[in-house]
Each structure stands twice: as structure tokens, then as C-alpha cells.
Design a protein around this ligand. Structure first.
Ligand SMILES: [Zn+2]
Length: 99
């Protein structure tokens, strides 16, 4: 094997590796895009439209149920309601707890 040939093999190997990495990245991106496709465009509770702003991305909550691949979206107002609801639920449980 001459030097030139060795170099070519090395280059081919590198190319193969790069190709594999690109494929993996592509797959991951597709997965994320798929998730994004599934994301509702409105709040799952009050059906308010999701504004495509940076602030909205920071404040709206995305809840993913992996087993069902369900994605729910909650606006800041509904998050508060949900949190209150959880508090109430726990409060009720406390009231009913005991003998
Ligand atoms: Zn809402």
C-alpha cells in the first residue's frame, strides 16, 4: 500500500464518520420537529393562541406525556390555575384525611 492510498483510506473513513454524525443529527432534528408538530398552537386549557415570541417560549409551559406522545401547552394564566388546583386538591385531601 503506498502513502497516497493510505491517505485516501483515512479520508474515506473520516467522511464515513462525518456522514454518520450528520445522519444522527438529522434524526434528532426530525424527532424534535415531530414534537414541535405535535405541539398545540393554542393553550390546552383556555385555547388562547400561542404567540410566537421569545417571552411566550419562556413563560408558556409545555407538558409532554411520553407514553402517549401527547403534548399539551399551557399559557401563564392557566399554569397559575393549575397550580392553584393542585394546591386545592392537596388541601381537600388534607381535610378528608384522618379517620
Ligand atoms: Zn390558558
Amino acid at each position: 500500500m503506498d502513502k497516497k492510498h493510505a491517505k485516501k483510506i483515512k479520508r474515506d473513513k473520516k467522511k464515513k464518520k462525518e456522514k454518520k454524525q450528520a445522519q444522527e443529527q438529522d434524526q434528532q432534528m426530525r424527532k424534535q420537529m415531530n414534537m414541535f408538530d405535535r405541539m398545540p398552537k393554542v393553550c390546552s386549557a383556555c385555547e388562547k393562541g400561542f404567540p410566537k415570541t421569545r417571552e411566550a417560549h419562556m413563560t408558556w409551559r409545555v407538558v409532554v406525556r411520553n407514553e402517549k406522545q401527547q403534548v399539551r401547552l399551557f399559557c401563564p394564566e392557566c399554569q397559575e390555575k393549575i397550580d392553584e388546583g393542585i394546591d386545592k386538591m392537596f388541601g381537600d385531601n388534607d381535610d378528608k384525611a384522618g379517620i
